[in-house]
Write a protein that binds this ligand. Structure first.
Ligand SMILES: O=c1[nH]cnc2c1ncn2[C@H]1C[C@H](O)[C@@H](COP(=O)(O)OP(=O)(O)O)O1
Length: 232
């Protein structure tokens, strides 16, 4: 059938959601409570209503000493996405079920999460944001598991339905910094992250007592110094 909307012709099946992945700035994100996010109708009668999206961080405390020198503070699972950004697994929610229902379904599809063992509940919710510009409500969840469980979850990613499509691979956050104060977490932070995934990551690292606020601030400062000197 002929395509009538040039936007659809350009983006095909991706047309409905492609706008959510366009670059934005930190100022576009307004933090709101879960109750406010879920309690309002958010433009239900407008031509394009707000959509909800939910993403999740799975991690385990580590403590392994790498190269006899650097302590890896935790194993934190992220993914290389189809669009070249780094992000957390999850996605846009459909109507008619709870956020956690759709989040669990996305996690099963994208990383093969075994929902009989690790399904997310409202208790795992950490943060919600609204981005009016994109008419998007973002919900973030975090779950601590044992190191053994975390490694099993990571391995299952390559057998997931979306491996090779929405998820190009599991990645770990380097939770250590070399003596040059750049290699490790600071350089990792200079990557491109989807949405506010970087802020979600840093928020949870502090909230879960993996690093202090001061340590995170230092990593961010060293990331900026690195970018100023090296990024072409
Ligand atoms: O990890 C994330 N943290 C915060 N915001 C995120 C994260 N991943 C995506 N997003 C934002 C920006 C995206 O465009 C939208 C939709 O998420 P996405 O995973 O791309 O959803 P679909 O695969 O299209 O269902 O949320």
């Amino acid at each position: 059938m002929a395509q009538s909307d040039p936007h659809d012709a350009e983006w095909g099946v991706l047309a409905a959601n492609e706008g959510y992945g366009r670059p934005d700035s930190e100022e576009d994100y307004e933090q709101i409570s879960y109750e406010d996010a879920m309690g309002k109708t958010w433009g239900k009668n407008e031509k394009k209503p707000y959509r909800h999206a939910a993403h999740a961080m799975i991690y385990a405390p580590d403590g392994k000493i790498l190269w006899d020198m650097y302590e890896n503070k935790a194993v934190i699972l992220m993914t290389m996405r189809f669009d070249g950004y780094i992000g957390f697994p999850g996605g846009i929610m459909d109507d008619g079920e709870t956020l956690e229902f759709w989040l669990n379904r996305e996690l099963e599809e994208e990383i093969g999460l075994d929902l009989t063992r690790h399904s997310f509940t409202k208790e795992d919710h950490v943060l919600s944001h609204v981005i009016h510009k994109k008419k998007l409500l973002l919900h973030f969840y975090c779950k601590r598991v044992t190191l053994e469980e975390c490694l099993e979850i990571e391995k299952r990613t390559i057998d997931a339905d979306e491996y090779g499509f929405e998820v190009l691979g599991p990645i770990r956050v380097p939770m250590f910094t070399f003596k040059d104060n750049e290699r490790g977490l600071p350089i990792f932070l200079s990557n491109k992250f989807i949405g506010n995934a970087k802020e979600d990551l840093l928020y949870c690292i502090e909230r879960e007592n993996i690093m202090t606020k001061e340590e995170i601030q230092l990593a961010l400062e060293n990331c900026e110094k690195f970018k100023a000197r090296y990024v072409r």
